[in-house]
Design a protein around this ligand. Structure first.
Ligand SMILES: Cc1cc2nc3c(=O)[nH]c(=O)nc-3n(C[C@H](O)[C@H](O)[C@H](O)COP(=O)(O)OP(=O)(O)OC[C@H]3O[C@@H](n4cnc5c(N)ncnc54)[C@H](O)[C@@H]3O)c2cc1C
Ligand code: FES
Length: 310
């Protein structure tokens, strides 16, 4: 175990330092519901074995433990302040995520968190602690809100869209949701997409490859942005999906006149401790478990992501 991580574990187990429960020791949560979103994506509904509901902000993540197998960073896909279980939506890509997806109702998993920055759209949210944020940005509160999601990237955005739609009902700005997926069968959260549209959000879904029975759009999310109808000069955009999709989306938005400081992206790197101790999630000067995962697509972040293309 690396020295930093050993220090973190000692701190968590009461030998000094930050001994908040849930920082390094997972709390036990029981699986109380499961829903297959696609052939390899499952939403788990979790209830704490002991204690009350977890307080979190939309966009934050937890470290989930499949006992005996390992831990993985997974974003919360439920809505802050909403009654009901804590939700996480998991794609089975390896041993931990496969075990999480296969956990039966009634079994227990571990949950550490919540960690990281949020989308900055809730009433009490901030993009990041001021001295930890890559830009020091304040939450943005006015104008149009545009949410662009690729595939399972809609999961970390679900709570934010719920909050934006609720804010719109109270007289907040317009809400645009643009979702891209590889194929119609890979689109997640159909019920939510319909509910958001019924509540007045402008929802557009596009797929890379059509399937029998699909009569919707075919094409990349970037092809939908120009005709979505938002005001680029007064838009805040939240983007989550594969990194290449986020880069092309951000560039298209900037070309269309969106301020890069008002584009937020969610960056994923391998996470171990989740609390800025081990250094596994480093990107340039940032530790993404603390300074991210959600960062403004401006300045050094845009530069670092562009460098990865070369
Ligand atoms: C902040 C954050 C939030 C995340 N939120 C979610 C979420 O809501 N739902 C979800 O399904 N996944 C999410 N992930 C990704 C998830 O953590 C990884 O898929 C998981 O760690 C893979 O673990 P594994 O043991 O199952 O697979 P491994 O055996 O570790 O990896 C299997 C394959 O997945 C790739 N992989 C591993 N980690 C990542 C990653 N972070 N991004 C892309 N590819 C990866 C590996 O290169 C390998 O090809 C998130 C990651 C981060 C950092
Ligand atoms: S995961 Fe350990 S420093 Fe970020």
């Amino acid at each position: 175990m690396p020295a930093d991580l050993a220090r973190a574990v000692r701190a968590d187990t009461g030998s000094g330092g930050d001994a908040r429960p849930g920082v390094m020791t997972p709390a036990l949560y029981r699986v109380v519901g499961r829903r297959a979103e696609t052939d390899d994506v499952t939403t788990l509904a979790l209830a704490p074995v002991v204690g009350g509901p977890m307080a979190f902000r939309s966009g934050q993540f937890n470290m989930l433990t499949a006992f005996g197998i390992g831990e993985a960073a997974i974003s919360v896909s439920s809505t802050p302040h909403e009654d009901g279980p804590l939700r996480h939506t998991v794609r089975a890509v390896g041993s931990v995520t496969r075990a999480l997806c296969n956990t039966p109702i009634g079994d227990v998993i571990g949950v550490r968190g919540p960690f990281g920055t949020d989308w900055g759209v809730g009433d009490t949210d901030s993009l990041a602690p001021v001295d930890a944020s890559p830009s020091g940005d304040a939450p943005v509160t006015g104008g149009d809100f545009v949410v662009v999601a690729g595939g399972i990237g809609l999961a970390p955005l679900r709570g934010a869209v719920d909050e934006l739609v609720a804010r719109r009902a109270r007289g907040g700005g317009r809400v645009f949701v643009v979702v891209g997926a590889r194929a119609p069968s890979q689109v997640i959260f159909h019920d939510d997409l319909e509910a958001w549209a019924r509540a007045g959000a402008h929802v557009a879904v596009t797929v890379d490859i059509s399937e029998p029975g699909w009569s919707g759009r075919v094409g990349l999310v970037t092809s939908v942005l120009g005709e979505a109808g938002f005001d680029p000069g007064d838009a805040t955009v939240l983007v989550c999906g594969p990194e290449i999709m986020m880069r092309f989306t951000a560039r298209t938005l900037i070309d269309d006149g969106v301020d890069p400081n008002r584009i937020r992206v969610s960056l994923e790197r391998n996470m171990e401790c989740g609390v800025a101790w081990c250094g596994h999630c480093q990107l340039g000067p940032f530790l993404l478990c603390r300074d991210g995962p959600i960062v403004p697509y401006a300045g050094i972040v845009a530069h670092l992501l562009t460098q990865r293309e070369r």
